[in-house]
Design a protein around this ligand. Structure first.
Ligand SMILES: *[C@@H]1O[C@H](CO)[C@@H](O)[C@H](O)[C@H]1NC(C)=O
Ligand SMILES: *[C@@H]1O[C@H](CO)[C@@H](O)[C@H](O)[C@H]1NC(C)=O
Ligand SMILES: *[C@@H]1O[C@H](CO)[C@@H](O)[C@H](O)[C@H]1NC(C)=O
Ligand SMILES: *[C@@H]1O[C@H](CO)[C@@H](O)[C@H](O)[C@H]1NC(C)=O
Ligand SMILES: [Zn+2]
Length: 522
């Protein structure tokens, strides 16, 4: 029976609606077998979304750079580690469709155009942050939601000024303008025409908020955004201890700015939970805080939760690190679905998709002229102790004080303490020892060859990506079930939030007036 169900209908076994439906369906079996089939196969999609209470929460999740192959790789890896080939990932059960990702100026998008497709609902050029193809600012759904009385949040694992979060709460001709983006995110010296539009921020990228004289700074000027944020009412935290004090959302005051790392977080494979909060924890803390803050309000909340560094593993062609990033994202998705089902009565949508695929990953690689075997080896990834980024940095920092370079490469980089190879040769050791400054790609080639996974590029690719969804009011997902253009995801979020198209147009005009000629035509 469950095989004939649409995933949008089965994902929430505990919902009131599902129980009602089930009761009705059981009754229907007594009436006629065909009526029963009809009840479970087609009825829900006829329930109009507009009948769902107007107070809503939207948890929009972006798995940056995660294509279908990344999900399958993490699933197979999980099956390998669980010694159970029939276990799937939590997220697998929530697959509802796909998204086509091309941008305005290329078949292969970047994260900026990819995020602007979601935030403004329009296709723009690669590199554009909340601006249209002509470089003019476009109002985002986060900004409109905030002005309508929603609470808003951004929770990521990269710099908070990076393209995906930036496109929801700031506007810039190019994604590299991260200092300017930081100013808009916290409304530093009234940098944002609408004032402060974000209530909660968790991520990395502290360096763009610190004055250039600070050792951790990457700003070009002396502006101290953190002290300005504090004096304009933000609570600021940066350590894992301070995060723990939030008690997963039970001890939070808004607005809250949490910048846990000077730049991006380290990769999941490289850090311990004592050093950094995990995405499932920051996301859960955030939705609980936003839910509490809106409990007596007519409006709910909008939050962006991004598994930001799946993409970076793709860029580095680092399969060993990527499986851990995907599993951490899967944990965060699970925490969001459970929040929606168990902790709120407000209609809450959890929608997850990717902006694009990264790396052109394939789960097989032909390693000789002979007809290839049909397999790949998750055990190779399971032996890796660190990411390739971590290991190539360690190589660059090697100072010879403790051991010989060859020994270091043998043990700490290729062997037991590094990628965990058991079959590396003296040629492999020599190759890395002779390319200490450029080891990254060589390491990924060695790992991928052994695991028999392939990569087509160090950049992004143009394949379609998966969409996953869950809601305590499952029928609210119907409009995104199936095939989507990426901008249709943005339109869907806009509609679920009840944002009028005219409001967005008005806000867009206001943005253009207030930013004036700050945005050159591109
Ligand atoms: C899972 O599948 C792989 C690949 O077919 C196989 O090598 C392995 O023995 C299987 N593991 C179990 C526990 O069945
Ligand atoms: C890109 O934007 C321009 C200007 O708005 C438009 O004319 C063109 O059709 C767009 N192309 C795509 C593929 O979106
Ligand atoms: C709540 O947070 C404050 C800091 O904002 C901290 O001093 C306090 O110990 C926390 N309370 C609990 C019960 O964790
Ligand atoms: C987050 O994920 C980790 C690893 O799976 C798990 O141990 C932890 O309990 C999760 N925390 C929350 C709040 O879901
Ligand atoms: Zn990328």
């Amino acid at each position: 029976m469950s095989e004939s169900l649409n995933p949008a209908q089965i994902q929430r076994p505990h919902s009131r609606l599902y129980k009602l439906l089930l009761a009705w369906a059981v009754l229907a079996t007594f009436l006629s077998a065909s009526a029963f089939y009809f009840a479970i196969s087609g009825k829900l999609s006829e329930v109009p979304t507009s009948d769902i209470p107007k107070k809503r929460n939207v948890i929009f999740m972006v798995s940056d750079g995660m294509g279908p192959a990344s999900v399958a790789m993490a699933r197979n890896y999980f099956q390998y580690t669980q010694k159970d080939n029939l276990t799937n990932l939590f997220i697998d059960d929530y697959f509802i469709g796909n998204s086509r990702t091309r941008s305005n100026n290329s078949f292969v998008t970047d994260s900026a155009a990819g995020a602007t497709a979601f935030s403004c609902g329009l296709k723009t050029y690669n590199g554009a942050i909340g601006v249209d193809p002509l470089g003019r600012p476009c109002a985002s759904i986060l900004e409109a939601a905030k002005l309508m009385g929603y609470h808003t949040g951004l929770v990521v694992t990269t710099r908070i000024t990076d393209a995906t979060p930036a496109s929801f709460a700031s506007h810039a001709s190019f994604r590299s303008e991260e200092d300017f983006i930081a100013e808009q995110l916290i409304n530093f010296e009234d940098a944002h025409p609408f004032g402060r539009t974000v209530d909660l921020i968790f991520g990395g990228g502290r360096c763009h908020f610190l004055p250039s004289s600070h050792p951790d700074s990457c700003r070009y000027d002396e502006s101290d955004l953190i002290s300005d944020a504090k004096s304009s009412g933000w609570k600021y935290i940066e350590s894992n201890e301070e995060f723990k004090n939030l008690r997963l959302g039970k001890n939070v005051s808004l607005p809250l700015l949490g910048l846990f790392s000077p730049t991006d977080y380290p990769f999941t494979i490289d850090y311990h939970d004592t050093e950094f909060p995990r995405l499932n924890e920051t996301a859960l803390t955030a939705v609980r805080a936003l839910s509490e803050a809106t409990k007596d309000s007519e409006n709910g909340f909008f939050i962006l939760v991004e598994g930001s560094r799946i993409d970076h593993c793709g860029h580095n062609n680092d399969a060993g690190a990527q499986v851990h990033e995907v599993l951490a994202y899967n944990d965060a998705f699970e925490a969001m679905v459970k929040f929606a089902n168990e902790e709120t009565d407000v209609p809450t949508v959890v929608l997850s998709t990717s902006d694009h695929e990264t790396g052109g990953l394939s789960l097989a690689k032909q390693i000789s002229k002979a007809y290839p075997d049909y397999l790949w080896y998750p055990e190779v990834l399971n032996r890796a102790k660190h990411s390739i980024e971590y290991l190539s940095r360690a190589l660059k920092a090697f100072d010879g004080s403790k051991k010989e370079l060859n020994e270091f490469v043998d043990q700490d980089i290729l062997g037991e303490k590094g990628l965990g190879f058991v079959d590396h040769t003296s040629e492999d050791i020599k190759d890395i020892a002779h390319h200490v400054l450029t080891s990254s790609n060589r390491l990924s080639v060695m790992q991928s060859l052994r695991a028999e996974v392939g990569w087509a590029t160090h950049g992004h690719s143009g394949v379609d990506v998966n969409v996953y969804g869950s809601s305590n009011f499952p029928e609210i997902l119907n409009p995104v079930v199936g095939a989507n253009e990426n901008i249709e995801i943005g339109h869907y979020l806009r509609d679920i939030l009840g944002i009028d198209g005219q409001l967005l147009e008005e806000l867009t005009r206001e943005l253009r007036d207030k930013f004036g000629d700050q945005f050159p035509n591109v």
